[in-house]
Design a binder for this molecule. Structure first.
Ligand code: MOS
Length: 727
């Protein structure tokens, strides 16, 4: 059944002043701020755990010649030292989940080569230092730029790596105004607050992992493949998660190692990555090299667009950064090329990080648009307006709803865009001041999800699904949807998430969580409404659910009564349907940034920033704004500071902690605000909502880069924009 077909009025439309959309405080807020929300490492359900510690490879390429673990095995409290010599048999790599300690080859620095289990964390860590590994080293391949000759066309992920329309070469050659520029973005680290952590425990042939994971049902399948178990024998529990940003889309080595070791030692094993290990055992966003060519006529109408992107990942992996995908839909032009190429290096595993593809793609592309506007002496907003496509320029289907132009216009008005001066002409004391803008667009996917709702005889509604809340507010918006649909106060709704024993759900990622899980819940609640109306033999036309009762005509029945002595349970499911192919679905926005650049030192300070966004129905004004300004803050980091620096001799990130890998702090993010324009997208899902989690980062950094150009007249094409590049 096509569940996201266009729909007419819904119960949510009938109550525009209802609970959905309101800035409800997080329902899990009190648990979190009082330290009572158990994150994976803190779960106390499993008695008497032993502690694991990972020994990562200290070379980036080569083979293990020998491991001497005698001293570690004799160390106080040590229960097990696991290496490739004694690791239990494992299955094949699935998705990005690899068998661990599976052989002597070292592909990257940080690859686990041993795992120590001891009575205490300190004993495990101390013994890990005693594991002596000798390697036969080979010369690592560490830099993308030096290995472009090895670039290949990767396997498609959701769409082919390349696209072409018309005759780019001819149109570009003939265009009177041309931009041909290369941009680079560095390795970025997710830097989520909660490190990866797992407690694994076996019960017969079934293993339970309390683990920090964004997509439990997917993780369950991958781990089952590696552990050679049927998926139902692998249970993932992840009730509270301290940030993910993509780093927890898949189980990391600590989960596999904990599960393998717990079976051997016949005890629960708990393990967390250290912050330093997050940079190597964990994953990262790849660096990219992006070449962008734009050919326009003298009025600024694009004739030719080419966006080519090179990225890299670990040996043996196929993950590539889809930087140019968003370019396929953003602006009109008859002749277009996009291309992605991948290089395998001796670097840790690259993975998705907040808005994979779009985030770095728009860092580059939205700068190129600014360069073109400057060349044409055209306002950057006007340039974008002139290239607004009537339909998706590559898929040749209509947009579901596209309010990019209203976002830019409203942002310009609110930000005071007309006060923008010519490049390098506005000075306040030591500071050169400039403004920049960027468009934002992020794909809106829908993922299969299901939910169960149960109305108890006490009138309390329980929601159950294997969804996750990675800090984004999922518990809260699901509470709002269920409460609104059944006409219950939010404190009569209990939401249970984070357990693969619950009905399967999308999990959190790719900006699909709220729309997918929320829609499954919506369908389940709608089924329950219908069942209640049937139970009361009520007329469904004009039935209103409010204050714990349903009213139809002159009859009002309490839901608790209708649910009966045993209560009432219904299920709901949502699957991507034909709307996905029939319409081009994105969330849109526009960023505006004002920066000051110190004329003497080149120091760049953000002064103020505004994002104007559309994402269909807003489910919670407060959590939506938090997602938006959080994404924008990521953009500030990408523009000004975030960079994992590779030492090419050792193929290793030298700044591997949060003291040296800089993310924005409060002082770096002054006046910042986000505004949402009214929108309902009835092609997206029954909620008419679209994803917001990643929209805020898309284009945000480019607005700062364009502001730096406006302040100084200096165009920097290599992110981050540090002061040495200004001088
Ligand atoms: Mo996201 S990078 O899919 O968590």
């Amino acid at each position: 059944m096509e569940m996201n077909q266009p729909i007419g009025r819904t119960p949510l439309d009938d109550r525009p002043d209802g609970l959905v959309g309101r800035p409800l405080d997080r329902v899990d807020g009190p648990l979190k701020v009082t330290g009572r929300a158990p994150y994976a490492y803190e779960v106390r359900e499993l008695a008497d755990p032993a502690y694991g510690f990972i020994v990562p490879a200290t070379v980036s390429a080569g083979t293990i010649r020998a491991i001497d673990a005698d001293a570690a095995r004799r160390a106080p409290g040590v229960i097990l030292v696991m290496t490739h010599e004694n690791v239990p048999e494992q299955g094949e790599k699935k998705e990005q989940v690899w068998p661990q300690l599976a052989g002597t080859q070292v592909r990257f620095r940080g690859q686990p080569v041993a795992f120590v289990v001891a009575e205490t964390f300190e004993q495990a860590r101390a013994a890990a230092m005693l594991v002596a590994v000798t390697y036969d080293r080979s010369k690592p391949k560490g830099l993308l730029r030096e290995n472009l000759a090895a670039a290949y066309e990767p396997k498609p992920v959701n769409s082919p790596p390349d696209s072409a329309l018309g005759d780019f070469d001819a149109a570009f050659a003939a265009a009177p105004v041309r931009i041909d520029a290369e941009y680079t973005t560095p390795v970025q680290i997710h830097a989520q607050m909660e490190p990866h952590a797992t407690i694994a425990a076996w019960d017969g042939d079934r293993v339970t992992l309390h683990t920090a994971n964004q997509m439990l049902n997917r993780g369950q399948k991958s781990l089952a493949a590696v552990l050679k178990l049927p998926p139902e024998n692998v249970r993932l529990v992840s009730r509270y998660i301290g940030g993910g940003f993509g780093s927890k889309l898949q189980p990391l080595p600590e989960a596999t190692l904990a599960a393998l070791a717990a079976r051997v030692v016949r005890r629960p094993v708990k393990v967390a990555l250290t912050r330093q290990q997050e940079f190597s055992v964990g994953t990262h966003r790849t660096d990219t090299i992006q070449r962008i060519r734009l050919g326009a006529d003298r009025d600024g109408r694009l004739q030719a667009i080419a966006h080519e992107s090179w990225s890299d990942t670990a040996e043996g992996d196929g993950f590539f950064e889809t930087s140019a995908n968003v370019t396929r839909s953003l602006y009109a032009a008859a002749n277009r090329v996009t291309r992605h190429r991948l290089v395998n290096l001796n670097v840790p595993l690259a993975s998705a990080m907040r808005a994979p593809g779009e985030a770095v793609g728009q860092l580059a592309f939205e700068c190129a648009m600014d360069e073109l506007a400057e060349r044409l002496k055209l306002d950057p907003i006007e340039l974008r307006v002139r290239n607004e496509p009537a339909e998706d320029p590559e898929k040749k289907v209509p947009f579901s709803v596209r309010q990019l132009v209203p976002c830019m216009r409203e942002g310009a008005r609110l930000f005071g865009w007309d006060g923008r001066a010519a490049p390098g002409t506005r000075r306040e004391g030591d500071w050169l001041v400039g403004m920049g803008m960027s468009a934002a667009a992020r794909l809106n996917p829908l993922m299969a999800s299901s939910a169960k709702v149960r109305l108890g005889p006490d009138g309390v509604l329980t929601v159950r699904m294997a969804m996750t809340d990675i800090g984004t507010g999922t518990y809260t918006i699901l509470t709002q949807i269920a409460a609104e649909m059944l006409g219950l106060p939010p404190n009569r709704v209990r939401v249970e998430l984070g357990d693969t024993d619950l009905p399967y759900a999308s999990g959190s990622g790719g900006s699909f969580g709220a729309g997918s899980a929320g829609s499954a819940l919506y369908v389940a609640c709608d089924n329950l409404r219908k069942a209640l109306i049937r139970a009361g033999d009520l007329n469904p036309d004009g039935a209103v659910f409010r204050d714990g009762a349903v009213t139809s005509g002159n009859r009002t029945e309490s839901l608790a009564n209708l649910a009966g002595r045993t209560g009432m349970e219904e299920a709901g499911e949502i699957k991507p349907g034909e709307m996905k192919a029939k319409f081009s679905q994105y969330s849109y926005g526009a960023h505006f940034a004002e920066v000051g650049v110190d004329a003497e030192t080149g120091e760049i300070r953000l002064r103020r920033m505004l994002g104007v966004f559309t994402g269909g129905r807003i489910l919670n004004a407060k959590t939506a704004r938090s997602q938006a300004i959080g994404g924008m803050t990521f953009g500030v980091g990408a523009a000004l500071m975030e960079e994992a620096v590779t030492d090419p001799r050792h193929s290793y990130y030298v700044n591997h902690d949060l003291a040296e890998y800089h993310v924005p702090v409060h002082a770096d993010v002054p006046a910042i605000d986000a505004v949402f324009l009214p929108e309902l997208d009835d092609k997206a899902n029954p909620l008419k909502s679209k994803g917001l989690g990643e929209l805020g980062i898309c284009g945000a950094g480019a607005a700062l880069a364009n502001a730096v150009y406006n302040a100084t007249g200096i165009r920097i094409r290599d992110y981050p924009l540090t002061l040495d590049k200004v001088l």
